[in-house]
Design a binder for this molecule. Structure first.
Ligand code: UT7
Length: 315
């Protein structure tokens, strides 16, 4: 394999809810403890939206930062893709509102729903659009306001999630840097393991944590190995693995199975909790300046559906 790469990451940005909520804060509201949360999940704090913030404002803020980082104007963008499961309204899409806010009006804009795997799905869609020539500069956003679909009084779920957005500007480039391969998957037979209604719905997020945990620890190494084998590259050539940030224990177990040094595995769930479709793109600003041309990044998303997706990116 190893075709021409598509979708060079030209700029990255993120925006988190402005309210920092620590495990100690949650101890005051729920029958839980900092010790339980940090030992079972690795999460120490998460961000909740503050006054005047929501899924759309987070997406817009992250997008503006990514555009400015890339040195690109909104008017240069010819497709906006927002991966999200928490759009405040069914219509309009978050993508359409982001397009308006950044000055990319009249170009394609769409939301994409694949739960926590949404951004990894979106990267496959965006790279394919660039490869086909249907777009030249894509703004790809992963955003979720989990507090709008979680029961904040349910200690089994509310301690896990946070609100955030991450955005990347993807350009066609000269084919030396960008996405070179993708894996997408879903299996609706396992839909009952994780369900949530739309924002405002009485059906709050519920999951079978143990079963999802088991699935996640297997799917991360499986997808990484699949990408390595079919592209003929070794784990040493992978500078970073960016897994979906659901639980530090899931990531550590997966990494042990792979035999990958932990310093090349991005972990920020301790600071932001699980931000669903945002968890992969909010990781980029921490590594962007360290990325070494010629090496690879693998991103792996997984979540409700069940859904999963992985991308191989050549730096
Ligand atoms: O991004 C979407 C994908 N989702 C995931 O990847 C989530 C995957 N699953 C997980 O991360 C873990 O399963 C959890 C962190 C959700 C739960 O950890 P666990 O080790 O599987 O705990 P558990 O659900 O089996 O619960 C163990 C005990 C229970 O008490 P009993 O029945 O043993 O007496 C729970 O009631 O812990 C209790 N518990 C809590 N105790 C204190 C559950 N939540 C809490 C809490 N504080 N917040």
């Amino acid at each position: 394999m190893n075709p021409l790469a598509a979708g060079r990451i030209a700029g990255v940005g993120r925006a988190l809810g402005s309210r920092v909520v620590t495990n100690r804060d949650l101890e005051l509201l729920l029958d839980t403890s900092d010790e339980w949360i940090s030992s079972r999940t690795g999460i120490r704090e998460r961000r909740f939206v503050g006054e005047g913030e929501d899924c759309v404002s987070l997406a817009v803020d992250a997008s503006r930062r990514a555009l400015s980082h890339a040195g690109v104007e909104g008017g240069d963008v010819d497709l906006v893709v927002c991966a999200t499961s928490t759009a405040p309204e069914a219509v309009p899409s978050v993508a359409s509102q982001v397009g308006e806010a950044i000055g990319a009006c009249g170009v394609g804009a769409m939301d994409l729903g694949a739960a926590c795997a949404g951004f990894a799905y979106g990267a496959a869609v965006a790279a394919s659009m660039l490869r086909s020539g249907l777009a030249t500069t894509i703004l790809l956003v992963g955003v979720d306001e989990l507090t709008s679909i979680v029961d904040l009084e349910d200690r089994a779920t509310s301690i896990l999630f946070g609100d955030g957005a991450g955005a990347v500007v993807l350009e066609q480039g000269d084919g030396s840097s960008g996405f070179v391969d993708h894996v997408l998957g879903a299996d609706g037979r396992f839909a009952p393991l994780l369900r949530a209604g739309h924002p405002g719905s009485p059906q709050k997020l519920r999951q079978n944590g143990r079963e999802v945990f088991r699935f996640a620890t297997k799917i991360i190494p499986d997808l990484v190995e699949k990408l390595l084998v079919r592209n003929g590259i070794s784990l040493d050539q992978v500078q970073y693995l960016i897994p979906h940030q659901a639980n530090a224990r899931i990531i550590q177990a997966a990494v042990r199975r792979l035999g990958m040094p932990e310093e090349r595995v991005v972990i920020n769930v301790d600071r932001y909790g699980n931000t669903s479709a945002a968890s992969i793109p909010i990781s980029y600003p921490d590594i962007y300046d360290e990325m070494e041309p010629g090496r690879y990044i693998i991103t792996v998303g997984f979540g409700g559906g069940l859904t999963w997706a992985a991308n191989l990116y050549r730096i």
